[in-house]
Design a protein around this ligand. Structure first.
Ligand code: ADP
Ligand code: ASP
Ligand code: MG
Length: 422
């Protein structure tokens, strides 16, 4: 017998028939002798719909009230799944964030889980009851409802798995695993049997939304075994223990698996694209100490995350252009902050462009191989794709390009690194 947390995403929960199918998958897992808790997302499209209502009410809405509104989507699906399970003859009970409780900080709309008191939950699971928990939501120190940021149900699931000391956290979604790149963009993407926490973390953070970034860092920190697999399976599909999904594993574990299979480690594990960044350029800034601090200090104070930065000094004029990227959702605030400080910073013009995309290649194999970035630049150049900015880390290279060239760039790189499957 094992203790398993199962998470079902929005597409898997969209409508009566799909929830009924989810109920059957959960029932089978329990019938196999496991203790089961389920974490659910809102129906696909529902959170977007609710966010829109908030924007219509007030573009500068109160994040605490936003949380009250957007958390409701998961409340609906958790109650419905409990009903469907009961209809199948299972004992099932929903547990809202405040009932578990899932305690978070008070950063509304992007709260962090601080603690889960799982005693009552575990007692209920041990009695044979299936716990159904709405993802994405928690409760603040002041007792108000919070949400964990978009895609946050993955993090809820991993946090619950850590709290109940689950043997595994199965993330059921609308694809049957983690692929070398988004299979909806590249038909030749290959499913990965295993991917390391570190690589998954990097892939998620550069745009592979199959798992929320925070869920991966939490799983890594708490040592939760995470598997990504499809919820679109037939009633006679094999049990989750034998389904060929993608297992997130440690570096050592992967090395052992590959040694056993006599396999060489791939240089590149995955490619991701992110269209949610915008580029800003400030021209003709004085080349003196403190100039850059005057730009980024106020942005940091406003909690705006700057990602790529390039500064180019024109030696002859003693002036420099500074280019950087911020999330599109923070573009308007960034522009207004910099406009207010035009004289203090001392720039000539501010140029903004939200039609950009960041393309990243990720792989631990990069640590021991040179030439990964050069291959990327050559492959893009051969297709006439212009690179506007570059950043690298130990296991990642990212470039900023024109948004219209996103799909082409991902496909070209997938081929250039010899990742294409059948
Ligand atoms: P859920 O609603 O189940 O949380 P998401 O839409 O958040 O599902 O995540 C699943 C989607 O992630 C897939 O439909 C796929 O288009 C996208 N995706 C992006 N990159 C990858 C990748 N490398 N492997 C698999 N899916 C990916
Ligand atoms: N429903 C939330 C969202 O769409 C959380 C989730 O599905 O993970 O972002
Ligand atoms: Mg998701």
């Amino acid at each position: 017998m094992a203790r398993i947390v199962m998470k079902f995403g929005g597409t898997s929960m969209a409508g009566t028939e799909r929830i009924r199918r989810v109920a059957r998958i959960v029932q089978r897992q329990q019938a196999a002798g496991h203790e089961v808790a389920v974490v659910v997302s809102a129906m696909a499209g529902e959170t977007d719909r609710l966010v829109n209502f908030c924007r219509e009410a007030d573009p500068l809405y109160d994040p605490a009230e936003y949380d009250v509104v957007v958390a409701s989507g998961e409340q609906v699906t958790s109650g419905l799944l409990a009903m469907h399970l009961q209809a199948l003859g299972c004992k099932a009970r929903s547990w809202l964030g405040w009932q578990v409780p899932i305690k978070t900080d008070d950063a509304h709309a992007k709260a962090r889980i601080e603690d889960i008191d799982a005693a009552a939950l575990m007692a209920s699971m041990a009695s044979g009851e299936i716990a159904v928990i709405p993802g994405f939501q928690g409760i603040s120190p002041a007792g108000r409802i919070t949400t964990l940021g978009r895609g946050g149900s993955d993090t809820s699931a991993v946090a619950v798995a850590a709290a109940v000391k689950a043997d595994r956290c199965d993330i059921y979604t609308d694809v049957d695993g983690v692929y070398t790149t988004d299979p909806r963009i590249v038909a030749k993407a290959r499913k990965l049997k295993n991917v390391t926490y570190e690589e998954m973390l990097e892939l998620a953070s550069v745009g592979s939304k199959v798992l929320q970034t925070r869920s991966v860092s939490l799983a890594m920190k708490e040592g939760v075994r995470v598997q990504v697999l499809s919820s679109f399976i037939d009633d006679d599909a094999p049990a989750a223990d034998t389904i060929p999904g993608t297992m997130i594993v440690s570096d050592d574990e992967l090395a052992r698996i590959q040694e056993g299979l006599d396999m060489e480690r791939q240089l590149i594990t995955g490619i991701a694209a992110d269209k949610n960044e915008a580029k800003i350029t400030l021209t003709r800034i004085a080349d003196r100490p403190g100039a850059v601090a005057a730009i980024f200090g106020p942005l940091a104070a406003a909690n705006i995350n700057v990602d790529m930065i390039i500064q180019n000094i024109a030696k002859d004029r003693g002036e420099t252009d500074v280019t950087f990227t911020v999330p599109i959702s923070d573009l308007a605030r960034t522009q207004s902050l910099l406009e207010e400080r035009k004289d203090t910073i001392g720039y000539y013009r501010m140029l903004a462009n939200s039609k950009v995309a960041k393309i990243s290649v990720v792989g631990v194999g990069m640590r021991s191989h040179a030439g990964v970035a050069a291959t990327m630049f050559r492959a893009l150049a051969d297709r006439g794709i212009n690179i506007q900015a570059i950043t690298t880390s130990e296991i990642k290279v990212s470039v900023l390009i024109d948004e219209d060239e996103t799909e082409l760039a991902v496909r070209v790189l997938h081929t250039a690194y010899e990742m294409d499957g059948e």
